[in-house]
Design a protein around this ligand. Structure first.
Ligand code: ZN
Length: 328
Protein backbone atom coordinates (compact mmCIF):
# COMPACT_ATOMS: atom_id res chain seq x y z
CA UNK A 1 0.00 0.00 0.00
CA UNK A 2 1.78 3.13 -1.16
CA UNK A 3 0.66 6.75 -1.39
CA UNK A 4 -1.49 5.76 -4.37
CA UNK A 5 -3.62 3.62 -2.07
CA UNK A 6 -4.28 6.24 0.58
CA UNK A 7 -7.99 7.04 0.82
CA UNK A 8 -8.64 10.77 0.50
CA UNK A 9 -6.17 13.32 1.89
CA UNK A 10 -5.24 14.32 -1.65
CA UNK A 11 -3.60 17.62 -0.76
CA UNK A 12 -1.63 16.26 2.18
CA UNK A 13 -0.32 13.35 0.16
CA UNK A 14 0.55 15.54 -2.79
CA UNK A 15 2.61 17.88 -0.60
CA UNK A 16 4.64 14.96 0.73
CA UNK A 17 5.02 13.33 -2.64
CA UNK A 18 6.26 16.58 -4.12
CA UNK A 19 8.75 17.06 -1.30
CA UNK A 20 10.26 13.62 -1.98
CA UNK A 21 10.30 14.18 -5.74
CA UNK A 22 12.11 17.47 -5.41
CA UNK A 23 14.28 16.18 -2.63
CA UNK A 24 13.18 19.02 -0.40
CA UNK A 25 12.39 17.20 2.78
CA UNK A 26 11.87 19.25 5.92
CA UNK A 27 13.45 18.06 9.16
CA UNK A 28 10.14 18.02 10.94
CA UNK A 29 6.50 17.80 10.03
CA UNK A 30 3.34 18.29 12.02
CA UNK A 31 0.35 16.25 10.80
CA UNK A 32 -2.89 17.55 12.32
CA UNK A 33 -6.40 16.12 12.20
CA UNK A 34 -8.86 13.92 14.08
CA UNK A 35 -7.71 10.66 15.57
CA UNK A 36 -8.19 7.62 13.36
CA UNK A 37 -8.24 9.71 10.21
CA UNK A 38 -5.12 8.17 8.69
CA UNK A 39 -2.26 10.47 9.73
CA UNK A 40 -0.07 7.65 10.99
CA UNK A 41 -0.79 5.58 7.92
CA UNK A 42 0.27 8.43 5.63
CA UNK A 43 3.40 9.01 7.75
CA UNK A 44 4.36 5.38 7.18
CA UNK A 45 3.82 5.70 3.42
CA UNK A 46 6.03 8.79 3.56
CA UNK A 47 8.74 6.78 5.35
CA UNK A 48 8.46 4.13 2.64
CA UNK A 49 8.76 6.67 -0.17
CA UNK A 50 11.86 8.11 1.52
CA UNK A 51 13.54 4.74 1.82
CA UNK A 52 12.29 2.63 -1.09
CA UNK A 53 15.07 0.58 -2.70
CA UNK A 54 13.39 -0.09 -6.03
CA UNK A 55 15.19 2.09 -8.58
CA UNK A 56 12.43 2.03 -11.18
CA UNK A 57 9.84 3.49 -8.84
CA UNK A 58 8.98 7.09 -9.50
CA UNK A 59 10.40 9.46 -6.84
CA UNK A 60 7.74 10.26 -4.30
CA UNK A 61 6.29 6.76 -4.49
CA UNK A 62 7.15 3.42 -2.95
CA UNK A 63 7.12 -0.01 -4.54
CA UNK A 64 5.58 -2.02 -1.68
CA UNK A 65 7.79 -4.95 -2.70
CA UNK A 66 11.40 -4.19 -1.78
CA UNK A 67 12.93 -5.21 1.53
CA UNK A 68 12.69 -1.66 2.91
CA UNK A 69 8.99 -1.26 2.04
CA UNK A 70 8.21 -4.70 3.44
CA UNK A 71 10.06 -4.02 6.68
CA UNK A 72 8.22 -0.73 7.17
CA UNK A 73 4.88 -2.40 6.46
CA UNK A 74 5.78 -5.10 8.94
CA UNK A 75 6.82 -2.58 11.59
CA UNK A 76 10.37 -3.96 11.79
CA UNK A 77 12.45 -1.39 9.92
CA UNK A 78 15.18 -0.25 12.33
CA UNK A 79 15.12 3.32 11.00
CA UNK A 80 11.41 3.90 11.28
CA UNK A 81 10.58 4.62 14.88
CA UNK A 82 7.04 4.95 16.16
CA UNK A 83 6.76 6.75 19.45
CA UNK A 84 3.37 6.17 21.08
CA UNK A 85 2.18 7.19 24.53
CA UNK A 86 2.45 4.31 26.96
CA UNK A 87 -0.50 5.33 29.08
CA UNK A 88 -2.30 8.57 28.37
CA UNK A 89 0.75 10.75 27.77
CA UNK A 90 4.21 10.41 26.30
CA UNK A 91 6.86 9.74 28.91
CA UNK A 92 10.13 11.61 29.28
CA UNK A 93 12.18 8.45 28.98
CA UNK A 94 10.49 7.59 25.68
CA UNK A 95 11.58 10.90 24.17
CA UNK A 96 15.08 10.59 25.69
CA UNK A 97 15.44 7.16 24.13
CA UNK A 98 14.37 8.55 20.79
CA UNK A 99 16.95 11.31 21.10
CA UNK A 100 19.70 8.80 21.81
CA UNK A 101 18.79 6.79 18.75
CA UNK A 102 18.67 9.85 16.56
CA UNK A 103 22.29 10.63 17.39
CA UNK A 104 23.40 7.76 15.11
CA UNK A 105 23.24 7.55 11.36
CA UNK A 106 20.40 5.44 9.95
CA UNK A 107 21.22 1.72 10.16
CA UNK A 108 20.16 0.74 6.70
CA UNK A 109 17.78 3.35 5.27
CA UNK A 110 18.46 6.67 3.58
CA UNK A 111 16.41 8.56 6.14
CA UNK A 112 15.47 7.78 9.66
CA UNK A 113 11.84 8.61 10.23
CA UNK A 114 10.56 9.14 13.72
CA UNK A 115 6.78 9.34 14.08
CA UNK A 116 5.59 10.81 17.37
CA UNK A 117 1.90 10.06 17.86
CA UNK A 118 -0.16 12.12 20.33
CA UNK A 119 2.37 14.95 20.27
CA UNK A 120 -0.38 17.11 21.77
CA UNK A 121 -0.45 14.93 24.87
CA UNK A 122 2.96 15.74 26.23
CA UNK A 123 3.87 17.10 29.61
CA UNK A 124 5.20 20.69 29.26
CA UNK A 125 8.75 19.73 30.27
CA UNK A 126 8.69 17.11 27.52
CA UNK A 127 7.86 19.68 24.89
CA UNK A 128 11.10 21.41 25.83
CA UNK A 129 13.10 18.23 25.45
CA UNK A 130 11.54 17.63 22.06
CA UNK A 131 12.14 21.23 21.08
CA UNK A 132 15.86 20.70 21.54
CA UNK A 133 15.80 17.91 18.97
CA UNK A 134 13.79 20.05 16.58
CA UNK A 135 16.19 22.96 17.02
CA UNK A 136 19.24 20.87 16.21
CA UNK A 137 17.84 18.20 13.93
CA UNK A 138 20.22 15.27 13.39
CA UNK A 139 21.21 14.71 9.76
CA UNK A 140 19.29 12.08 7.79
CA UNK A 141 16.36 12.33 10.16
CA UNK A 142 12.75 13.31 9.59
CA UNK A 143 10.50 13.80 12.57
CA UNK A 144 6.73 13.57 12.06
CA UNK A 145 4.58 14.80 14.93
CA UNK A 146 0.90 13.82 14.98
CA UNK A 147 -1.55 16.04 16.83
CA UNK A 148 -5.27 16.75 16.88
CA UNK A 149 -5.07 20.46 16.30
CA UNK A 150 -2.17 22.87 15.73
CA UNK A 151 -3.53 24.99 18.59
CA UNK A 152 -2.58 22.21 21.01
CA UNK A 153 1.11 22.44 20.13
CA UNK A 154 3.51 24.96 21.67
CA UNK A 155 4.16 27.81 19.21
CA UNK A 156 7.92 27.25 19.53
CA UNK A 157 7.47 23.69 18.28
CA UNK A 158 4.90 24.67 15.67
CA UNK A 159 7.25 27.21 14.13
CA UNK A 160 9.84 24.52 13.47
CA UNK A 161 7.55 22.10 11.69
CA UNK A 162 6.03 22.01 8.26
CA UNK A 163 2.30 21.83 8.86
CA UNK A 164 0.24 19.25 6.96
CA UNK A 165 -3.48 19.31 7.69
CA UNK A 166 -5.68 16.24 7.42
CA UNK A 167 -9.37 16.94 7.00
CA UNK A 168 -12.20 14.45 7.66
CA UNK A 169 -13.02 12.13 4.78
CA UNK A 170 -16.35 12.67 2.99
CA UNK A 171 -18.94 10.36 4.60
CA UNK A 172 -19.71 8.51 1.32
CA UNK A 173 -15.99 7.58 1.09
CA UNK A 174 -16.11 6.10 4.60
CA UNK A 175 -19.34 4.27 3.74
CA UNK A 176 -17.89 2.82 0.53
CA UNK A 177 -14.71 1.78 2.33
CA UNK A 178 -16.70 -0.07 5.00
CA UNK A 179 -18.79 -1.85 2.38
CA UNK A 180 -15.76 -2.82 0.32
CA UNK A 181 -13.32 -3.71 3.08
CA UNK A 182 -15.62 -4.96 5.86
CA UNK A 183 -18.35 -6.46 3.72
CA UNK A 184 -21.02 -4.38 5.45
CA UNK A 185 -24.52 -3.84 4.14
CA UNK A 186 -25.21 -0.37 2.84
CA UNK A 187 -27.50 0.48 5.77
CA UNK A 188 -24.90 -0.54 8.37
CA UNK A 189 -22.06 1.18 6.53
CA UNK A 190 -24.06 4.36 6.23
CA UNK A 191 -24.90 4.37 9.92
CA UNK A 192 -21.29 3.85 10.96
CA UNK A 193 -20.02 6.42 8.46
CA UNK A 194 -22.48 8.88 9.97
CA UNK A 195 -21.03 8.26 13.41
CA UNK A 196 -17.44 8.34 12.23
CA UNK A 197 -16.93 12.08 11.80
CA UNK A 198 -15.09 11.22 8.57
CA UNK A 199 -12.57 8.92 10.22
CA UNK A 200 -12.21 5.25 9.27
CA UNK A 201 -10.53 4.55 12.60
CA UNK A 202 -13.51 5.98 14.50
CA UNK A 203 -15.96 4.03 12.36
CA UNK A 204 -14.19 0.77 13.19
CA UNK A 205 -14.02 1.70 16.85
CA UNK A 206 -17.78 2.22 16.93
CA UNK A 207 -18.61 -0.91 14.96
CA UNK A 208 -19.57 -2.97 17.98
CA UNK A 209 -21.07 -0.13 19.96
CA UNK A 210 -23.31 1.08 17.11
CA UNK A 211 -25.47 -2.03 17.16
CA UNK A 212 -26.24 -1.56 20.85
CA UNK A 213 -27.39 2.05 20.79
CA UNK A 214 -31.20 2.24 21.13
CA UNK A 215 -31.51 4.68 18.27
CA UNK A 216 -35.28 4.44 17.83
CA UNK A 217 -35.78 5.37 21.46
CA UNK A 218 -33.24 8.19 21.26
CA UNK A 219 -35.12 9.58 18.30
CA UNK A 220 -38.63 9.35 19.64
CA UNK A 221 -38.14 10.12 23.27
CA UNK A 222 -34.99 12.25 23.36
CA UNK A 223 -33.59 14.43 20.54
CA UNK A 224 -36.69 14.15 18.38
CA UNK A 225 -39.21 14.69 21.20
CA UNK A 226 -40.94 17.98 20.60
CA UNK A 227 -42.64 18.19 23.99
CA UNK A 228 -40.02 17.75 26.68
CA UNK A 229 -40.73 17.69 30.40
CA UNK A 230 -38.59 18.03 33.51
CA UNK A 231 -39.30 14.37 34.35
CA UNK A 232 -38.02 13.38 30.95
CA UNK A 233 -34.93 15.44 31.47
CA UNK A 234 -34.17 13.69 34.76
CA UNK A 235 -34.71 10.31 33.20
CA UNK A 236 -32.28 11.05 30.39
CA UNK A 237 -29.64 12.50 32.69
CA UNK A 238 -29.74 9.15 34.49
CA UNK A 239 -29.73 7.01 31.37
CA UNK A 240 -27.17 8.79 29.23
CA UNK A 241 -23.57 7.69 29.78
CA UNK A 242 -21.46 9.75 32.17
CA UNK A 243 -18.25 8.67 30.45
CA UNK A 244 -17.13 11.59 28.29
CA UNK A 245 -16.26 9.59 25.16
CA UNK A 246 -19.49 7.57 25.29
CA UNK A 247 -21.56 10.68 25.77
CA UNK A 248 -19.89 12.33 22.78
CA UNK A 249 -20.81 9.26 20.70
CA UNK A 250 -24.45 9.45 21.78
CA UNK A 251 -24.61 13.17 21.06
CA UNK A 252 -23.15 12.35 17.64
CA UNK A 253 -25.94 9.84 17.09
CA UNK A 254 -28.42 12.52 18.19
CA UNK A 255 -27.12 14.96 15.58
CA UNK A 256 -27.34 12.25 12.91
CA UNK A 257 -30.95 11.48 13.85
CA UNK A 258 -31.92 15.16 13.72
CA UNK A 259 -30.15 15.50 10.40
CA UNK A 260 -32.20 12.61 8.99
CA UNK A 261 -35.37 14.16 10.35
CA UNK A 262 -34.46 17.41 8.64
CA UNK A 263 -33.70 15.64 5.36
CA UNK A 264 -37.03 13.83 5.48
CA UNK A 265 -38.73 17.16 6.10
CA UNK A 266 -37.19 19.08 3.22
CA UNK A 267 -36.44 16.39 0.64
CA UNK A 268 -38.91 13.57 1.13
CA UNK A 269 -36.03 11.34 0.11
CA UNK A 270 -34.67 8.70 2.44
CA UNK A 271 -31.78 7.67 0.21
CA UNK A 272 -29.31 10.00 1.85
CA UNK A 273 -30.25 9.29 5.43
CA UNK A 274 -27.78 7.81 7.92
CA UNK A 275 -30.38 5.82 9.83
CA UNK A 276 -32.15 4.41 6.81
CA UNK A 277 -33.68 1.62 8.91
CA UNK A 278 -35.65 4.20 10.93
CA UNK A 279 -37.51 5.75 7.99
CA UNK A 280 -40.89 4.80 9.45
CA UNK A 281 -40.17 6.30 12.87
CA UNK A 282 -38.81 9.46 11.26
CA UNK A 283 -41.86 9.84 9.03
CA UNK A 284 -44.04 9.39 12.10
CA UNK A 285 -42.74 12.46 13.90
CA UNK A 286 -41.57 14.81 11.18
CA UNK A 287 -44.88 16.69 11.01
CA UNK A 288 -44.44 17.87 14.60
CA UNK A 289 -41.35 19.77 13.61
CA UNK A 290 -40.54 22.91 11.65
CA UNK A 291 -37.30 23.17 9.69
CA UNK A 292 -36.16 26.05 11.86
CA UNK A 293 -36.95 24.15 15.04
CA UNK A 294 -34.86 21.20 13.86
CA UNK A 295 -31.93 23.40 12.87
CA UNK A 296 -32.09 25.01 16.27
CA UNK A 297 -32.03 21.70 18.09
CA UNK A 298 -29.15 20.42 15.97
CA UNK A 299 -27.19 23.52 16.85
CA UNK A 300 -27.85 22.97 20.56
CA UNK A 301 -26.72 19.36 20.46
CA UNK A 302 -23.58 20.35 18.49
CA UNK A 303 -22.74 23.05 21.01
CA UNK A 304 -23.17 20.58 23.86
CA UNK A 305 -20.91 18.09 22.12
CA UNK A 306 -18.25 20.78 21.70
CA UNK A 307 -18.55 21.72 25.37
CA UNK A 308 -18.20 18.09 26.50
CA UNK A 309 -15.26 17.64 24.18
CA UNK A 310 -13.47 20.63 25.63
CA UNK A 311 -13.80 19.20 29.14
CA UNK A 312 -16.82 21.10 30.40
CA UNK A 313 -18.81 19.36 33.15
CA UNK A 314 -20.71 16.82 31.06
CA UNK A 315 -23.79 16.53 33.28
CA UNK A 316 -24.20 20.29 33.56
CA UNK A 317 -23.84 20.77 29.82
CA UNK A 318 -26.41 18.06 29.19
CA UNK A 319 -28.85 19.48 31.71
CA UNK A 320 -28.53 22.98 30.28
CA UNK A 321 -29.29 21.65 26.82
CA UNK A 322 -32.36 19.69 27.85
CA UNK A 323 -33.61 22.48 30.10
CA UNK A 324 -33.81 24.68 27.02
CA UNK A 325 -35.92 21.95 25.38
CA UNK A 326 -38.27 21.91 28.38
CA UNK A 327 -38.75 25.65 28.02
CA UNK A 328 -39.46 25.08 24.32
ZN1 ZN B 1 10.14 -0.24 -2.02
Amino acid sequence: MSFGNVLGHVQAVEKLRRAVRRDRIAHSYLFTGEEGIGRRWVALQFAKALNCLEPTVEPGESCDRCLSCKKIDGGIHPDVVLLQPEAQTLKVQQVRQMQNELAFRPYEGRKRVCIVTAADRMAPNMSNILLKTLEEPPLHTVIVLLAGHPGLILPTILSRCRLIRFTPLPLPSVRDWLMKNRGMSEADARLLAGLSGGSIGKALEKEEQAGKIPRAELLKDWVGAKAFTLEKMEKWVDILPSQREDLISILGVGIGLLRDLLLAKVMEDGSKSIHSDLVEEITGIKEQWSVLGLLHRMEEVSQTMLAVRSNANATLALEAMMLSWVKG
